[in-house]
Design a protein around this ligand. Structure first.
Ligand code: PEP
Ligand code: MG
Length: 587
């Protein structure tokens, strides 16, 4: 009997639809097991020795960029990799049992870990996480980075996963998949942000789908209606094939719409910049006539390299080439954000255990950079050197105190001094801005504007931290509300303070690319936004149909009533009245 047609509801990202075959993705790094011949034993030893050598080289490279504490931890990793007792035991067992070396190594180390966990000793259990790190690194180097996980992924499939990391999305984008169905997550999770930027049809928050569908089954993902159709009928396929064609035409039209300026009906121009996550996206910006970048998330350089997961940190020279190449292509300003690692963005290249109890409240962004100064210096040097070739501005993420911002500026000045001594050219007047995304920074915005050359609002995090609600937790979607009255009041204060101090203020979080919120932001005084290139045409088209006067009236009513339901309903009717250009079949 054929499987039944079933519709499941979730939350869609973007406007697209996709038809494809399901691919169930289970990301754990599984260690292959296979029998070998006696004649293969020497080859296995050779692979093992090479993997140890490669792992040690990776760690040594990493040690050049981190602080002394971490350097010491990494030195113990090297010692453990060189442990003769373990190497001898692994080799003996391979010869005796005739299984592949990664399987034998995995079994032996897992045995040690089990023994450690049964001993009630805090110091030893802390050692366990180091051993897990070393084991993963060595096994990864034995089976070659991620080949086991991704090599089976067919092109144009719909990937179904319980959860996806940003590096998974980068990898799947390189392979060329048609869509994602993710059981967890929110639209501001970095996996969703990347998927949207790459135009991959994505739905998240679909409970338990991986246990409801088999591999290789036809499936439709519809982000406009936020549904997934499993085992679609012939009629579904016909309708959605037609819709896919319409969307293709819509994409062509949206390129035209993105090129023209966004001017309100009362003649105020709103400047729209683009967010990018990987350097290759600049090509798409140029195609859409976008000449300035409001946010480049550089951490993805530390997560992904070429077509694969990054296993070593990007050097100063490598980063310089990337930033220079972007700077020389764009005519307008390019706001490059310094490394914002942590939270849901983990870099395997950093190599050490990054697991924290509360990662979004943890060792993230500028907190991490200020305590890993060599690594930070590599990036600042690269940015300053590239500033000679274009209009680069530097943005500092996750500022929580005024001291952090002042300390960072001082650090940048010290790096400038070093460059001067090296006779390197750079823009001495480079602008340094603060990304306002913590409630503490927002509260002291009057102090920060005096130190910063510009302000950008990171609404993704600002909402998460103000509402104390994890942006990636699908169970908290009801709380994650960028127009909650508390957030509105905070946004108003930030924007007004920046405007009063004549400091440029922009917003680069996801809310900037959601048309429901455009009138609110304009009404609050925002005149510059930055968003994913896939949102630009839609937001510009809306701006062309509304007036600042009406937006201000709308926001004042929201601020006076203090009722989130009322806000939502007047916003929806405002949008219905706005004569937004519609495309056939597109919401
Ligand atoms: C934000 O927090 O709004 C932001 C722009 O940064 P990210 O989404 O990378 O945290
Ligand atoms: Mg942020």
């Amino acid at each position: 009997m054929p499987d039944k047609r079933t519709i499941l509801n979730g939350n869609g990202v973007g406007d697209y639809v996709a038809i494809g075959n399901s691919f169930l993705y289970t990301p754990s790094l599984s260690t292959p097991i296979y029998k070998i011949e006696e004649s293969d034993v020497e080859e296995e030893y050779k692979r093992f020795d090479e993997a140890i050598k490669k792992s040690i080289e990776e760690i040594e490279e990493l040690q050049k960029h981190v602080n002394n504490n971490i350097k010491n931890i990494l030195s113990t990793h090297i010692l453990m990799l060189q442990d003769r007792v373990i190497t001898r035991q692994v080799k003996e067992e391979v010869k005796e049992k005739l299984f592949n070396i990664e399987h034998i190594y995995d079994t032996i180390i897992s045995g040690y870990l089990k023994k450690l966990s049964s001993i009630n000793n805090k110091m030893l259990s802390e050692r366990s996480s180091d051993i897990v790190d070393i084991k993963s690194r060595l096994i990864r180097n034995l089976i070659q980075p991620n080949s086991g996980d991704y090599s089976q992924v067919p092109e144009n499939c719909i990937v179904i996963a319980k959860t996806l990391t940003p590096s998974d999305v980068l990898k799947f984008n390189a392979i060329g998949v048609a869509g994602f169905i993710i059981e967890s997550g929110g639209y501001t999770s970095h996996a969703a942000i990347l998927a949207k930027a790459f135009g991959i049809t994505t739905i998240f928050n679909i409970t338990d789908i991986s246990s409801k569908i088999k591999n290789g089954r036809k499936i439709i993902v519809d982000c406009r209606s936020s549904i997934v159709i499993m085992n679609p009928s012939e009629k579904d396929i016909k309708n959605y094939t037609k819709l896919t064609e319409d969307i293709k035409q819509h994409k062509e039209q949206s390129i035209i719409d993105a090129k023209e300026p966004a001017i309100t009906t009362d003649n105020i121009e709103i400047k729209i910049n683009a967010n990018i996550d990987i350097p290759e996206e600049t090509e798409s910006l140029l195609k859409h006539g976008i000449d300035s970048i409001g946010l480049y998330r550089t951490e993805f350089l530390y997560i992904f390299s070429g077509e694969d997961i990054a296993t070593v940190l990007p050097s100063e020279e490598y980063q310089f080439k990337v930033y220079k190449s972007i700077a020389s292509k764009m005519k307008g300003k390019i706001i490059i954000r310094t490394l914002d690692i942590g939270g849901d963005k983990i870099s395997p290249a950093l190599g050490f255990d990054f697991k924290e109890d509360n990662p979004f409240l943890g060792w993230r962004a500028i907190r991490f950079c200020l305590s890993n100064r060599q690594l930070f210096k590599d990036q600042i040097k690269a940015l300053l050197r590239a500033s000679h070739y274009g209009n680069i501005e530097i943005m500092i993420p996750m500022i929580s105190t005024l001291d952090e911002f002042i300390e960072t500026k001082k650090f940048i000045n010290d790096v400038k001094e070093e460059l001067r001594k090296e006779n390197q050219e750079f823009n001495d007047n480079i602008k340094i801005g603060a990304l306002i995304e913590t409630p503490s920074a927002a509260t002291i915005i009057d102090l920060i504007v005096k130190e910063a050359d510009f302000i950008s609002i990171g609404s993704n995090d600002l909402v998460q931290y103000m509402m104390a609600c994890d942006r990636t937790n699908e169970k908290l979607t009801y709380l994650y509300n960028p127009i909650d009255i508390s957030v509105l009041r905070m946004l108003k204060r930030i924007i007004e303070t920046a405007n009063q101090n004549n400091k440029p203020v922009t917003l680069c979080g996801e809310m900037g690319g959601v048309i429901l919120y455009t009138p609110v932001l304009l009404g609050l005084g925002i005149r510059e936004l930055s968003m994913s290139v896939t949102s630009i045409a839609k937001v510009k088209n809306l701006i062309r149909t509304i007036s600042i006067k009406d937006c201000e009236k709308l926001v004042n009513e929201m601020l006076e009533k203090c009722d989130n339901n009322h806000s939502k309903s007047i916003l929806k009717s405002f949008l219905t009245k706005a004569n937004v250009k519609k495309y056939r079949g597109i919401n």
